[in-house]
Design a protein around this ligand. Structure first.
Ligand code: MLT
Length: 411
């Protein structure tokens, strides 16, 4: 009989979002009339920017004509998209990133998980607590951890607590780790990182020959000009960081699927015998073997993000969600709740009122206000007592949800 990858059996019951969906489905089955508003998973609701739509429509027509039809594209993404990404997302911000260092993909979630293919099994891996669960679960699947202990932490991982006490930015470890996951603007807390904070990480990584896995999926939500959008804005980061970006949240591509990962050519790690190897070369090999690229149509849609019209449209889209976040923060604060984030990020991190646990607050909110959020404890033990509210929804739904929540939970 075939055997399985037993690491999967170490995983806690379910991935957070399917577990939420299960509870919501059970509630809806029992209460079919309940007017549920979902502010749980960070999934966009507003339609695609017009510039992307037009570019994709044109690309569809090209696919219907023998003269312009496209088969397999380059596994790394089309040159015209990689060039625009390098020029506008990086070189325009004085980051020395070349188009050949960009790998276009179908999602930052997939890439943050898949990147583990090119790393060894004996690395010391650090994550924040709370954290985007994909970083943890993919390490469990890859066999980089022991079993989970009673408070849900996996043996072998280094957890770096983040809370209001440290502005939701982790302290630099005093000992050595090899891989560090950072996410700014942060999912789930909505916190941001200053230049100084990222510089401290880059200095640490260079000193300890560690690699930073920097998830910048929410960088478009940064409105504070003093905050860095990319880790490569920090000198030396090209020698120690991989960056993940996405079109999901800035251009509404959650259902369209396009993202990219930057693996600088200067980035290296070693074999067990101490030989130095370029990570770019390994990731290129991995992608050419396991991935056949993003569809031509979708890449044309992503390219349109970089046109003048596309830039103006995504700015408006992001601005719309940021206004939602502001409404959520204002309304909850006025009702006496303590809120964090939601300023340069689409997530609001709320302290649960009346000493409720994260899941208790989830259930109460679902039952009394018919509003769905995400329990902070689902992001890690240190998220207990917090609750994440996503700003991705229509204005009417956000307003209505806040009315219902504040009516039910005045403190
Ligand atoms: C979230 O709700 O945390 C996001 O949807 C995660 C994701 O983009 O995968």
């Amino acid at each position: 009989m075939a055997t399985i990858n037993e690491n999967y059996l170490k995983l806690k019951a379910g991935y957070l979002f399917p577990e939420i969906a299960r509870r919501v489905a059970a509630f809806t089955e029992a209460n079919p009339e309940a007017p549920i508003i979902k502010l749980g998973i960070g999934d966009v609701t507003e339609p695609l920017p017009q510039a992307c739509l037009e570019a994709m429509s044109k690309a569809i027509s090209e696919m219907g004509d023998r003269a312009t039809f496209k088969g397999y594209g380059p596994e790394q993404g089309y040159g015209w998209l990689r060039e625009k990404i390098a020029a506008q997302d990086f070189q325009a911000r004085n980051c020395d990133i070349d188009a050949s260092e960009i790998f276009v993909s179908d999602g930052a979630k997939c890439d943050t998980g898949n990147i583990l293919d090119i790393f060894g099994k004996d690395n010391r891996i650090a994550v924040t607590d709370p954290v985007y669960p994909v970083y943890v679960d993919t390490n469990v699947m890859a066999g980089h951890t022991g079993p989970a202990n009673d408070d849900g932490k996996y043996e072998g991982l280094v957890y770096m607590p983040i809370s209001a006490d440290n502005n939701f930015t982790a302290e630099i470890p005093s000992d050595k780790v090899d891989l560090v996951y950072l996410c700014f603007p942060n999912n789930p807390t909505g916190a941001t990182a200053t230049q100084e904070h990222l510089k401290a990480w880059v200095d640490y990584a260079r000193e300890h020959q560690a690699i930073i896995l920097f998830d910048a999926a929410y960088e478009a939500f940064i409105t504070d000009e003093s905050l860095p959008h990319s880790i490569y804005e920090i000198e030396g980061a090209k020698d120690c960081a991989i960056e993940f970006r996405s079109f999901s949240k800035n251009a509404g591509f959650t259902g369209t699927r396009c993202a990219y990962t930057v693996v600088p050519k200067s980035l290296t790690a070693t074999t067990s015998s101490g030989e130095t190897v370029q990570l770019h070369q390994l990731w290129n090999r991995r992608q050419s073997t396991k991935f056949n690229g993003v569809s031509y149509i979708v890449q044309r849609g992503a390219e349109a993000v970089y046109s003048d019209a596309g830039q103006a449209q995504i700015k408006a889209l992001v601005g719309f969600y940021l206004e939602n976040a502001k409404i959520i923060c204002d309304r909850l604060s006025k009702a006496g709740l303590t809120v964090y984030g939601g300023v340069n990020a689409p997530y609001v991190w709320v302290k649960t009122p009346n000493g409720l646990s994260s899941w208790e607050f989830f259930d109460k909110l679902l039952q009394t206000a018919n509003v769905v959020g995400t329990p902070g404890s689902g992001f890690g033990a240190a998220g207990e007592g917090y609750f994440r509210i996503s700003a991705f929804n229509s204005r009417a739904n956000v307003e209505e949800a806040m009315t219902r929540v504040t009516e039910n939970f005045k403190v």
